[in-house]
Design a protein around this ligand. Structure first.
Ligand code: PEP
Length: 248
């Protein structure tokens, strides 16, 4: 099923998040042919999870730690997230890699710990502008996939998100060819690891997705949905993205 996931990053208080849902929940009622999710800040998860209990809208977290308890000041564990009835955890987002120095090894530990609690993972990968310009894109993607997914067998709980770093929050969308090439490459690397079962792993695109460009992005081969930052903060824009066929 096509997947439309909002990453709210460090935006919206609990009150603002619930305000968003007031407009948003009725507008997506009855949509059953695609999966919709929102990853708010940690502090909003409990209220959002309760507010969305009787809907099909999924709740996600934007990060997690790889231990379940202990002296790790400021961290949140997979068990704690599971307790809040969430469905997804975004792991390896480029902002986590850049500002919080998350390595492929740390990301691998986080994926394992999250899957151990039977939560689904949205595993983000993508190259920087410098890496693309020096023609290292495919080497970077290969390394991120191989290291991030080392010894991970639960492909059923896995979603990949290809997010070229230079396209996140910049208004610069990757070209159709760049997205098509990257998604085909990712699919092939997943096949190297999971053989035919790789077809069950959805690959999302992320990076300046908007109501204006969503239609062409969703028509690219091997694009199974999108991870949306900025445009998902506005219920109308996110809805236009979800109902992309209505805007040709
Ligand atoms: C993201 O944060 O995952 C993202 C894709 O952000 P934006 O849509 O704002 O580029």
């Amino acid at each position: 099923m096509k997947f439309f996931m909002a990453n709210w990053k460090m935006h919206k208080t609990v009150q603002e998040a619930l305000e968003f849902l007031k407009d948003f929940i009725p507008s997506v009622q009855g949509i059953s042919d695609r999966e919709i999710g929102i990853a708010p800040a940690f502090v909003c998860i409990d209220s959002m999870s309760k507010a969305l209990r009787d809907t099909d809208i999924k709740v996600g977290a934007q990060n997690v730690f790889y231990e379940n308890k202990g002296a790790y000041t400021g961290e949140v564990s997979p068990v704690m997230l599971k307790d809040l009835n969430i469905d997804y955890v975004i792991i390896g987002h480029s902002e986590r890699r850049k500002y919080f120095h998350e390595t492929d090894e740390i990301i691998n530990l986080k994926i394992k710990a999250t899957m151990s609690e039977n939560l689904n993972v949205i595993f983000c990968i993508g190259e920087t502008l410098e890496e693309r310009e020096s023609e290292k894109t495919f080497d970077v993607l290969k390394k991120q996939i191989e290291k991030g997914l080392e010894n991970i067998e639960k492909y059923d709980s896995l979603v990949l998100a290809y997010e070229p770093v230079w396209a996140i929050g910049t208004g610069k969308v990757a070209s159709e060819l760049q997205i098509e090439e990257a998604h085909a490459f990712i699919k092939n690397r997943l096949k190297d690891i999971y053989s035919d079962k790789a077809d069950r792993i959805r690959i999302l695109y992320g990076g300046s997705v908007s109501p204006e460009n969503i239609h062409s992005i969703m028509n690219i081969a091997n694009v199974d949905g999108v991870l949306v930052g900025g445009a998902s903060l506005d219920p109308e824009k996110f809805l236009k993205i979800i109902k992309y066929e209505e805007r040709k």
